[in-house]
Design a protein around this ligand. Structure first.
Ligand code: F0G
Length: 480
């Protein structure tokens, strides 16, 4: 929640206390330069010993609750038929309202199974916006991922509350153009990751469901960030002010035919799930689970993680959990807007996103401005962020660069991990970087993998700009 101070100022306040901590270090700027050079200017390839604040992602790095740890210890280890799985299934039915559920080892495993079972080469899958791993799996089977977002979606500075909406008219046109038989399902993603953590509205989800029902096309909901979307619907959509996050989540789920989520975010564990009330859809996926993931009652996860997930599914709709990152992100974005740093607005879920096209207008997209900014932020602060732009797109079949709609440097906020002083530090270093943005130049590949190149690719700084930035930092701010 947020608390209003007696001065009138509002601050996010943590509704939990730290009972176990991990030591972190801030290394010298010279060491950070060396580390990022060794990592090929790719923040994924840094080692955590060299990182001060790890804001790469909110996935698999959230603080679990005491009750989740208890759930881990109690877990019933069995290859088949574990009672922990059935406790988990009960939690899913209570919270999401789905009768049928299976675990998968993480979100992308669901993204592998769903197109594999329902789609074929030449199909088209409309989505409000793609996610990297979703698109990779759809394209691997020869289908196309078609984005039909609204006109507001790509405006980084906006006051539009639901930039994650799908455009209903464009969906109807798409169905008419390709024909119902070429569209195995429509995909909606909650708190749309690559649009800067932007939600869709309940009204929009309802309209998209109505269109899907009209044409008999199943609606698949990626609920990896469902609780943030629900929290933002409560804050931004008329008629939802007095509903609980739990009620909104259940209503969203009731509108989808098939649901999947990465459990690494909302449930604060390491795993995933696929759920539905449609027995026929479920039975089509089920035989493939033991082939690719594991037996039906563990699906590639450890029973301990499932034990923690059973608790996490219930806890994720607590507004103090669902809203904990949203409050911090709102504060973070507000502090950056105060000094006119180009940042995605309105603030959403998952992260604070810097608009690298505006931050570094002198770097062309083919030299990956968002990747350069992520590397520069690391040098100037020890903060690890993530590129979400052209570097995160793979080349087309002819080997041409596919320019991303947005060039974002994502500074993610893991749940219940960092505090206000960490955010103030980030704000300060981003401001310093903005003043010295002319020193930052582009990147070029020295090793480029054929698929999802952003994970393992290695790059170098054009004109060795990392060194110039490091020297400017040392001169003004000292060794760290
Ligand atoms: N869908 C969405 C919306 C996601 O944000 C992610 C992961 C996935 C699917 C895949 O799930 O990682 O468990 O296999 N997002 C992470 C991120 C990687 O950093 O935003 P996964």
């Amino acid at each position: 929640m947020s608390i209003k101070l007696s001065t009138g100022k509002e601050i996010p306040i943590e509704m939990h206390k730290a009972r176990m901590v991990q030591k972190i270090w801030l290394t010298l700027v010279e060491q950070r330069l060396k580390a990022i050079e060794e990592a090929g200017y790719n923040t994924f390839l840094l080692k955590t010993k060299d990182i001060f604040l790890d804001m790469l992602t909110d996935s698999g790095v959230n603080a679990m609750s005491d009750n989740q740890f208890a759930g881990m210890i109690k877990a019933d280890d069995a290859y088949a038929g574990s009672m922990t799985f059935y406790e988990f299934a009960e939690a899913v039915e209570d919270v999401l309202g789905y009768k049928y559920v299976m675990n998968v080892h993480q979100g992308r495993a669901a993204e592998h199974l769903i197109p594999k079972v329902f789609a074929k080469s030449g199909d088209v899958i409309p989505t409000n916006y793609h996610f990297t791993t979703t698109k990779a799996h759809i394209e691997l089977i020869g289908a196309v991922c078609l984005e039909i977002y609204t006109d507001e979606a790509l405006k980084t500075e906006s006051t539009f509350p639901f930039k994650g909406n799908m455009d209903p008219q464009k969906l109807k046109d798409t169905i008419k153009k390709y024909g119902r038989d070429k569209i195995p399902f429509v995909r909606m993603e909650a708190t749309t990751n690559l649009l800067g953590g932007q939600p869709f509205s309940m009204e929009n989800l309802r309209e998209i469901t109505r269109i899907c029902n009209e044409y008999g096309i199943p609606l698949v909901l990626d609920g990896s960030l469902i609780c943030e979307d629900a929290y933002l619907i409560k804050q931004r959509q008329k008629g939802y002010e007095n509903k609980t996050v739990a009620e909104i989540v259940k209503e969203m789920c009731s509108l989808a035919d098939l649901f999947y989520m990465s459990g690494r975010k909302n449930t604060c564990v390491r795993g995933g799930l696929i759920a539905t009330n449609n027995e026929e859809l479920f039975e089509k996926i089920k035989p493939w689970l033991p082939v690719y993931e594991g037996f039906f009652t563990y699906g590639g996860m450890s029973m301990r993680e499932i034990g923690a997930m059973a608790v996490g599914v219930r806890e994720m709709v607590d507004p103090d959990v669902a809203g904990c990152t949203i409050k911090q992100i709102k504060y973070f974005v507000k502090r950056l807007v105060e000094t006119r740093i180009p940042v995605v607005t309105p603030p959403g879920g998952l992260a604070c996103h810097l608009d690298a096209k505006k931050f570094l207008p002198h770097i062309p997209q083919t030299q990956y401005p968002a990747g350069a900014l992520a590397a520069a932020l690391y040098i100037a602060s020890g903060i690890r962020s993530m590129e979400r732009g052209t570097l995160s797109m793979d080349r087309d079949k002819e080997g041409n660069e596919v320019l991303s709609d947005l060039e974002l440097t994502r500074i993610a906020i893991p749940r219940r991990v960092y505090t206000m002083s960490h955010i103030e530090y980030a704000v300060d270093r981003i401001n310093w970087l903005y003043k010295h943005r002319d020193l930052i130049k582009g990147l070029k590949f020295v090793y480029e993998p054929p698929v999802l190149r952003f994970f393992l690719g290695k790059l170098e700084a054009i004109d060795n700009w990392g060194r110039s930035l490091c020297e400017a930092f040392e001169k003004e701010l000292g060794p760290c």
